[in-house]
Design a protein around this ligand. Structure first.
Ligand code: PEP
Ligand code: MN
Length: 248
């Protein structure tokens, strides 16, 4: 069995104190990777866009102090060199940004980085295969590509998205990526649904989870309503460990 990946942390890095606090909290609960998002693709231009380069030293400190690998979303290939991220996230809004996919794929292939490709919010199976194809055509090996199901639209339940669990075993069967993980946070947009959907993702056979965690969700600058407080994340991890028999 492959080791289980658990990427956890805030939607966005907000301050040094915030990311260091959360890095230690999620590490203690058994996360393997830290969400270290410095640039945020927001729906409206007046929303918080991320701290940008200012946060680079903070996330490096978080990595040094906890040993967690960093997952950072890249919006602009110009930032690839400076970010030293261990896992480069391509967000849903960019799953079909073919120029970005090619440039990230080329960089990742040359620097032995992992790419976490999140499903476009209405992406079909063929579109997912095409996006993975851009990464491999740029020189990446599938062993360095992870795919994340994060819910699709429309949602008839009034939630942010609908978690499409069908895709998890389908992508695994295709054997085009190394891991298929589930993001129950963006899939629901609602804190009370995050743990049930995380359990569903693991039960369907996902290789891991990407979960938003915040110690002060009510004042979070981004996605507070879907953030688990650390004590709930800890409970979720107890369940994952028990289910998977994982040494997280
Ligand atoms: C994120 O994970 O930070 C994010 C913006 O999610 P998505 O791209 O799935 O909307
Ligand atoms: Mn978010």
């Amino acid at each position: 069995m492959k080791d289980t990946i658990v990427i956890a942390g805030p939607c966005a890095v907000e301050s040094e104190e915030q990311i260091i606090t959360l890095a230690h909290a999620v590490k203690k609960s058994g996360a393997t990777h830290l969400r270290a998002m410095l640039f945020k693709p927001r729906t409206t231009p007046d929303s918080f866009q991320g701290v940008g380069h200012e946060g680079l030293d903070w996330i490096k400190r978080a990595r040094e102090e906890t040993g967690l690998s960093l997952v950072t979303e890249i919006l602009d290939p110009a930032n690839l060199e400076s970010f030293e991220s261990d896992v480069i996230q391509i967000g849903s809004r960019n799953m079909q940004n073919y120029t970005l996919l090619s440039q990230v794929g080329d960089y990742a292939a040359k620097n032995d980085k992992t790419v976490l490709l999140k499903r476009g919010m209405s992406a079909t199976l063929d579109e997912i295969k095409g996006a993975v194809g851009y990464l491999t055509t740029s020189g990446m090996d599938k062993t360095n590509i992870w795919f994340c199901e994060r819910g699709v639209r429309p949602s008839y339940s009034g939630c942010r998205n609908t978690l499409d669990l069908n895709i998890v075993p389908m992508i695994q069967d295709l054997d085009i990526v190394d891991r298929v993980i589930v993001d129950p946070s963006h899939a629901s947009g609602r804190r009370e649904l995050v743990i049930p959907l995380a359990k569903a993702g693991i039960a369907v056979g996902a290789d891991g989870l990407e979960v938003e965690v915040h110690h002060q969700p009510e004042t979070a600058l981004c996605d507070g309503p879907q953030a688990l407080p650390p004590y709930q994340f800890d409970k979720m991890m107890d369940w994952v460990r028990a289910y998977k028999g994982a040494g997280l």
